[in-house]
Design a protein around this ligand. Sequence first.
Ligand code: C5P
Length: 293
Amino acid sequence: MEAITRPAPAKINLALDILRPRPDGYHEMRMVMQSVSLCDTVTLAEAETGFSLDTGGSFRPEGEKTLEQRAAEAFFQELGRPCPPLAVRLEKVTPAYAGLGGGSADVAALLHLLRQRYAPELPLEALERIGLTVGSDVPFCVRGGAALAEGRGEILTDLPSLPHCRIVICKPDVSLSTGEMFARARGRIFQTRPDVDGMAEALRAGRLERVTKRLCNVFEEVLPPEVKEEIQGLKAALLRCGAMNAAMSGSGPAVFGIFSSEEEAAAAAETLGAWCRQTFLTRPLERAESMAV
Ligand code: C5P
């Protein structure tokens, strides 16, 4: 079998609200998510034996089955067929453990590749359902574009993508665990909650300034103090460089700023890149672009 390849776009959260803890240990969420042009690349080939994952040196917890292997097994279980020997290769660009959905995007791209090769008739909804068994953000990454995400993140309502703009993403050199961030948020009463419906309406109206006015992520209220300072510093720097607004993405620590001007965004990425090594100049993706093979 010839190897097949697909980009795996990262996501940002334009709005992120945590409603309440659920009996199953997860939290009920309301989020507006947007795919961006920051991408890993995932390649799938058939192998001689077993399941191999070449991460290009990026970290994977030892002794655990990888998310990719779990996704492939769940995919073939859905088809009622044994999982063939597979070799998966990732070319990582998106920082991991950053709140940018890098790991989820890789799994989603792998599911698309498996569908393309083994079950082109399988509906997208089935792919999203399989993705949810591996991670809460995978269904959105399978779908791409922009969406309101509710429940654990799997109840998706399509939205138009952000109007023309540039997004500068900065990933500071600190790590935050998603599980720990949810634990810090558990039972908390947040001072500022996002206007999630207003954000969805702003996208439907195609009004960039209404979107940027409403950027809000409740995880920013539960950051450990030493990280909070760094995040606030990066947001302030993005604003000084001309961003219309800035926020943290997901459970962090990546921060993004939205710019109406391509030139200002490019200049900001250069300025901030001198301070924050992992700085990326990106743009929003339409659903059709994020799905393009
Ligand atoms: O679904 P995923 O494996 O990405 O979630 C990682 C952790 O984040 C979960 O174990 C859970 O502690 C927390 N989480 C949550 N509520 C969600 C999504 C994730 O509490 N909606």
